[in-house]
Design a protein. Structure first.
Length: 751
C-alpha cells in the first residue's frame, strides 16, 4: 500500500508492529523517527485498530506537534479530528481545563511563564519580608520547580538543614499565593494533572478507556514525573509506542532522566525493541566518527548508524594557536564555502558555552558576513552584558538617562518606583538629566540615589588611568554585577558572558579603531575617541550590524544544546579542548562525562556534508587566558575518518595513554603527576611553555604544586605577571581554584 512505500525494513517493522504490543524504538540521528511516528498513527487509523479520539501523541515542542499534525493531514483523506497531539504542558493544560473543578482550579485559571513566576516569587519575598539576599528569587524558583518535577509538594521535600526547610516554607507561601490568585506555573500544570489522575479514579479510568494508543517522541528527554504521568494513562491496557535515542540524552540539567528508557522496558512487559540505524542525513566518515565516539559510553542500549550515501569527505580537524586565530580560520573556511556557492544558512558554528560566541561574532562582524544566533541573543544583546555596558556608559557620560534607568536599581539597592517617579519629576522641573537631579530628591530614596551616584563617580575616578580591559574588570567587581550573578542559582552562564567583556575589550584595544578616510585616502579620525567611548560605539555597532532577519541567508551560530533536532550542510564544531568540551565540571564525574560525550555525538551528527572540528592552544575565556590541550573526545575518533589541516603535536596513542593513565589511576597524586607530564610535554604551546616568574619561583602549565590548605594539584592555566599573576589549579580534593601566585604560598613539586 502507498502508506508504507519507501520504508526500510526496520521502519516498516516499527510502523506495522501489532497494535497490542508496546514498543521502544531506538531512533538514531537522521533515521526518520518523525516519519515513523506519523506513519504509525496513520497506519493504526487506516487499519481500523483505533479511531482518532483513541490516540494520544506527546511531543516536546509545539513546532513538532504542528509538523506531525500537518503530515497526518497530508497522509489521510480526512483530517483526523479528535486526536490529542501536543506537548506535555499543552496536554496537561487541556486535561485540567476539562476537569478544573475536580482539580480545584477556577475555570479561567491563567498560566505563569518563567518570567511571571519569578515576579510572583519576588512578591512573596517582599510581602513576607524575607531577605532576598539570603533567599534569592531565582534559587526559590529552582527549588519550587525541581520539587514539582520530582512529583513532590513542599512539605514532602527532604530538608536536611534550616536553609532547605526555609526554602520549603517559602515554596508553601508561593503556592498559597498562586491558589489565591487562580494561577499555575508550568511545573504545576504537570503535577496538578498527575495528581488529578492519581487521586480521582473516575477521571483516570475515563482517559484510560479513551486513549488506547499512546505515542511519545524524544522519550529520552522525559523527566520522572512525565514518565509517571504516562504510566497512569497507560495503566488501563493502552499500547505505548516510545521513540527516543539514549545516545542523544543531553538535558539532565533540566531534569531529563535517560533511565526512563530502561524503566520502560522493565515496567511495560513484552516490549519490542526496534533499532532505526540507517541514517539519511550524513555521509559515512561523519557517522563513523559519531559511532566510534559514543562507543566509549557504558550501559548504552546500543546501535550503530550507517548510510548508503557513501563515505563522503573526511572530518577536517584544525589546531589554532589562539581562539582569535581559530575564529579567523573558521571565517576563512566559511568565505571559501560561500565562494563555492554554499548557502550561508546551511553553515552552522557550534560551541559548548555561550561565552565562546563573542570571538566568533567579532570575526564575522569585521568581515561583514551576516549571522544569526539561533535560540539566543548576540553577545552584546544579552541582558547581563547590556547591564555592564550601561555602567560603562554612565562612567563615560553620567547624563545618559537610558543607561541610568537600566542599572540604578540593578543589583537592587532599595530604589523603588516611587523614588524614580520623584527623580523624573525633579529632572523635568530642573531641565536636567536624572543624574544631575539626584540632589533634589529628599528622604531615604534620595539617599539611596546619592549612594548610586557616588558609586559611579568613584568608579570614574579610580579607573581614569587604567587600560580599557582593567577598567572593565574594575567595573564588573565594584558595580556588584559579578557578585550578583555569583549568588544566582543559574547565573554561571551570565557570569561567563560578563567576564567575556574583558577579552572583548582587550581585542578592541589590540586591533585599534578602524580608520576613516576621505576621498584622497587621508585619515579623518586621527584624534580618536577615548578608548571607553570608542569601545561603547563599537559594541553598539556590532550589536546592530549584520543583523539577520528570519529567513535571511545568514551563518547560524548556536550552542550544541540548541542545535539538537537541526541539521546543516556544513558544521564547524569549535573549542574542542579539555576542560571546555568536556566541560571541567564533568571531568571527575563519570555520569557527567558521559553526558558530555553524548553532547559531542549530537554535534557531530548535525552535519550532512562537511564537518570541521577545531581547538586552540590558548583561549581568552571568562576574563582569563587558558592554555589547553585538545579534548579526549578527539582521541576517541577514528583516525581514518579525520583529515588534519594543521600538524599534529603528538601521536594520538601517546596522548590517549597519558590521559587515560591520569584519569583512571585511583592514586590521584600519581595520576596528577602523569597528567602534569602530559600537559608539560606539549611543545606546540609556547605561551604555556614560557611560564611565569613570581619572586624566586617559576610556574608553568602542567606543573605539580602543593598548597597548605588544598593539597596537591596541577596548574591548568596562567595569566598576568609578577605579583599580579594568577594560576588556575585543579586540586585532588578541592576541585579547580584560581589563586593569586603572589600570596598563595605554593610549593612547586618535581614532575
Amino acid at each position: 500500500m502507498a502508506l508504507l512505500d519507501h520504508l526500510n525494513p526496520e521502519q516498516l517493522a516499527a510502523v506495522t508492529l501489532p497494535p497490542e504490543r508496546h514498543a521502544l524504538v531506538l531512533a538514531g540521528a537522521g533515521s526518520g523517527k518523525t516519519r515513523v511516528l506519523t506513519l504509525r498513527m496513520a497506519w493504526l487509523l487506516q487499519q481500523g485498530y483505533v479511531g482518532p479520539a483513541g490516540i494520544l501523541a506527546v511531543t516536546f515542542t509545539n513546532k513538532a506537534a504542528r509538523e506531525m499534525l500537518a503530515r497526518m493531514t497530508a497522509l489521510l483523506p480526512l483530517t483526523p479530528r479528535g486526536m490529542w497531539i501536543g506537548t506535555f504542558h499543552g496536554l496537561c493544560n487541556r486535561m485540567l481545563r476539562a476537569h478544573h473543578r475536580t482539580a480545584n482550579l477556577p475555570a479561567t485559571f491563567q498560566i505563569l511563564d518563567m518570567a511571571d513566576q519569578l515576579s510572583a516569587i519576588k512578591r512573596v519575598l517582599k510581602a513576607h519580608q524575607i531577605d532576598d539576599e539570603k533567599y534569592p528569587a531565582k534559587q526559590v524558583q529552582h527549588f519550587v520547580n525541581k520539587a514539582k518535577e520530582d512529583g513532590l509538594r513542599p512539605h514532602q521535600v527532604e530538608a536536611p538543614d534550616s536553609f532547605q526547610r526555609r526554602l520549603a516554607e517559602i515554596a508553601e507561601l508561593y503556592q498559597a499565593q498562586c491558589e489565591r490568585e487562580g494561577v499555575v506555573d508550568f511545573a504545576e500544570l504537570l503535577l496538578r494533572s498527575y495528581e488529578l489522575l492519581r487521586d480521582h479514579t473516575s477521571v483516570r479510568e475515563h482517559y484510560q478507556r479513551r486513549f488506547r494508543h499512546i505515542l511519545v517522541d524524544e522519550f529520552q528527554d522525559t523527566n520522572r514525573l512525565q514518565y509517571l504521568w504516562l504510566c497512569l494513562l497507560a495503566g488501563g491496557g493502552a499500547s505505548v509506542f516510545a521513540v527516543g535515542d539514549d545516545d542523544q540524552s543531553i538535558y539532565a540539567f533540566r531534569g531529563a532522566r535517560v533511565g526512563n528508557m530502561a524503566d520502560f522496558e522493565r515496567d511495560f512487559h513484552e516490549t519490542a525493541r526496534i533499532r532505526l540505524e540507517q541514517n539519511y542525513r550524513s555521509h559515512g566518515h561523519i557517522l563513523d566518527a559519531a559511532n566510534a565516539l559514543i562507543e566509549h559510553n557504558q550501559g548504552r542500549m546500543g546501535k550503530n548508524l550507517w548510510t548508503d550515501r557513501g563515505e563522503g569527505e573526511p572530518v577536517r580537524v584544525y589546531e589554532a594557536p589562539t581562539d582569535s586565530a581559530e575564529a579567523q580560520w573558521v571565517l576563512g573556511e566559511i568565505e571559501s564555502l560561500i565562494q563555492e556557492g554554499w548557502s550561508r544558512r546551511e553553515i552552522a558554528i557550534l560551541y559548548r558555552s555561550n561565552a565562546q560566541s563573542r570571538v566568533l561574532e567579532h570575526a564575522l562582524f569585521r568581515a561583514g558576513i551576516p549571522y544569526k544566533v539561533y535560540g539566543g541573543l548576540r553577545f552584546f544583546e544579552r541582558q547581563e552584558v547590556k547591564h555592564a555596558l550601561a555602567y560603562l556608559r554612565l562612567m563615560e557620560n553620567p547624563h545618559d538617562d537610558t543607561a541610568f534607568l537600566r542599572v540604578v536599581n540593578f543589583p537592587t539597592r532599595g530604589i523603588g518606583a516611587r523614588t524614580l517617579e520623584n527623580l523624573v519629576d525633579a529632572a523635568r522641573l530642573a531641565g536636567s538629566s536624572l543624574y544631575a537631579a539626584v540632589p533634589h530628591v529628599p528622604g531615604k530614596g534620595g539617599s539611596n540615589l546619592a549612594q548610586f551616584v557616588a558609586l559611579i563617580e568613584r568608579m570614574r575616578f579610580e579607573t581614569q588611568s587604567l587600560p580599557l580591559p582593567e577598567l572593565v574588570d574594575h567595573m564588573l567587581d565594584h558595580s556588584g554585577l559579578r557578585a550578583h550573578y555569583e549568588k544566582e542559582k543559574d547565573g554561571s552562564d551570565r557570569l561567563e558572558n560578563l567576564n567575556e567583556l574583558i577579552p572583548a575589550a582587550t581585542v578592541f584595544v589590540d586591533e585599534g579603531p578602524t580608520p576613516e578616510l576621505d576621498a584622497d585616502g587621508e585619515v579623518l579620525n586621527a584624534d580618536a575617541l577615548p578608548a571607553l567611548a570608542a569601545f561603547l560605539s563599537h559594541a553598539a555597532l556590532e550589536a546592530g550590524d549584520n543583523q539577520a532577519s528570519e529567513g535571511d541567508d545568514a551563518i547560524q551560530l548556536m550552542t550544541i544544546h540548541a542545535s539538537k533536532g537541526l541539521e546543516f550542510q556544513a558544521v564547524f564544531l569549535t573549542g574542542v579542548e579539555e576542560g571546555l568540551f568536556p566541560h571541567e565540571n564533568s571531568l571527575l564525574d563519570e555520569a557527567g562525562l558521559e553526558e558530555e560525550r553524548r553532547l559531542m555525538y549530537v554535534a557531530i551528527t548535525r552535519a550532512r556534508e562537511r564537518l570541521y572540528i577545531s581547538f586552540a592552544q590558548a583561549r581568552m575565556l571568562h576574563g582569563q587566558t587558558r592554555y589547553s590541550i585538545r579534548s579526549r573526545f578527539l582521541e576517541e575518533l577514528p583516525e581514518g575518518s579525520l583529515k588534519w589541516l594543521s600538524p599534529r603535536t603528538r601521536s594520538f596513542d601517546e596522548g590517549a595513554a597519558l590521559r587515560a593513565a591520569a584519569w583512571a589511576d585511583s592514586d590521584w597524586s600519581g595520576a596528577a603527576s602523569r597528567l602534569g607530564q602530559a600537559r608539560a610535554s606539549q611543545p606546540t604551546n609556547p605561551l604555556a611553555a614560557q611560564g611565569i616568574q613570581v619572586g624566586e619561583q617559576h610556574f608553568k602549565v602542567g606543573q605539580n604544586v602543593q598548597h597548605d590548605r588544598f593539597g596537591e594539584g596541577v596548574i591548568l592555566a596562567l595569566q598576568g605577571s609578577g605579583q599580579q599573576a594568577q594560576a588556575q589549579i585543579r586540586f585532588a580534593a578541592a576541585g579547580t581554584k584560581t589563586l593569586a601566585l603572589g600570596v598563595a604560598k605554593l610549593v612547586t613539586l618535581d614532575i
